[in-house]
Design a protein around this ligand. Structure first.
Ligand code: NAI
Ligand code: MG
Length: 323
């Protein structure tokens, strides 16, 4: 699903790279976003949902949010709900880019379906109220997911980020459940940290983090902060994981001013594709692909946003050469 703006372009580059792996993908294209809305009157056609449900994995580009259209909704937020993609995973790793802090290698695991993002808001006489929904099941699922991920990747520490000193009931529940679950993972250290303190530590001691697990909104904010510390939007990758489904997407949006010019950095989509390969149990190829990306940027071969001179497609060709 390319979507809008630079979405289809970076996704096409990823498909070229994925084809070069020789794994033999069966790509099925599906429409989503504002372009789909213009054609079908909905940004998320039923056909797209059906195709997603039948697929082994979903690669998504980006979408454009149009100016106020009544009844318009975010198709990607809706799709995450429809497919119950409860875990949002974003890895952050130093890249060999000039001026970038080295030695960073951590992951933020963010709950993806609850919290303030359930969208239950109402006007009252005095002002407005938003509902914060935290369920036991939701906490258990995301915290287990984070510990399992830490175990799979032989990571040493899980930092549980919360604000339980103020949000005693909702975040208190999250923290309690984390403490319980951590007992089943004796080999992994669990620490907990207040979200405001974490925001500061991320800047001061970025390299101290390993796996962070947190609720939806805190995760949303901290992961953009972390992206700023590790190369920016052109390289930030993410995945949305459910019980059986996985959707992989660059963090950036449709960057309309770059669309159609073959200049967008496809690396965020490439790195999302490596996560997709891991999800499909193609770990070796994922590693190989990551190595070829790193090798390419070490050679100074990058797109404009990282100070280089390559077009989108030229960067892809170099990565394929190094694969
Ligand atoms: P954006 O991420 O599209 O672009 C912001 C700036 O980041 C760009 O102007 C560009 O300088 C840089 N950038 C982003 N991706 C890049 C890439 N691959 N290579 C090089 N530079 C890149 O965010 P913006 O401008 O706030 O939003 C544009 C549209 O995208 C809006 O309609 C917004 O609603 C939508 N959006 C969609 C998202 C999604 O599909 N998941 C996420 C964020 C925004
Ligand atoms: Mg965000």
């Amino acid at each position: 699903m390319g979507g809008d703006g630079i979405g289809p372009e970076v996704t096409a580059q990823s498909m070229k790279l994925l084809e070069a792996t020789g794994i033999g993908f069966d790509f099925i294209k599906a429409e989503i976003g504002f372009e789909a809305y213009k054609k079908y009157g909905t940004p998320l056609p039923e056909k797209t949902i059906k195709i997603c449900k039948k697929s082994d994995a979903i690669l998504f580009g980006a979408i454009t949010t149009p100016p106020n259209i009544k009844g318009y909704f975010s198709p990607i937020v809706r799709l995450r709900k429809v497919l119950d993609l409860y875990a949002n995973v974003r890895p952050f790793k130093s890249l060999p880019i000039p001026d970038q802090k080295q030695g960073i290698d951590f992951i933020i695991v963010r709950e993806n379906t609850e919290d303030l993002y359930v969208g239950q808001e109402q006007l009252t006489k005095e002002g407005a109220i938003a509902e914060r929904v935290i369920t036991k099941k939701g906490c258990e699922k995301i915290i287990k997911f984070a510990f399992e991920l830490a175990k799979k990747q032989s990571r040493k520490k899980v930092t549980v980020v919360h604000k339980a000193n103020i949000l005693r009931i909702t975040d208190g529940l999250f923290l309690d459940i984390a403490k319980k679950i951590s007992q089943s993972y004796r080999e992994i250290i669990m620490e907990d940290m207040l979200v405001d303190s974490c925001a500061m530590q991320l800047v001061k001691k970025t390299e101290d983090f390993d796996v962070i697990v947190t609720t939806n909104m805190f995760g949303d904010i901290l992961s953009d902060e972390a992206a700023g510390l590790t190369g920016g939007l052109g390289v930030a990758a993410s995945s949305n994981i459910g019980n059986s489904q996985g959707l992989f997407e660059p963090v950036h949006g449709s960057a309309p001013k770059y669309a159609g010019k073959n200049i967008a950095n496809p690396m965020a989509s490439f790195l999302s594709s490596t996560m997709m390969l891991e999800f499909l149990s193609e770990d070796k190829m994922a590693q190989k692909m990551r190595k070829s990306i790193t090798k390419t940027i070490k050679l100074g071969l990058t797109t404009k946003d990282l100070g280089g001179r390559l077009k989108s497609s030229e960067f892809t060709d170099e990565v394929i050469k190094n694969l």
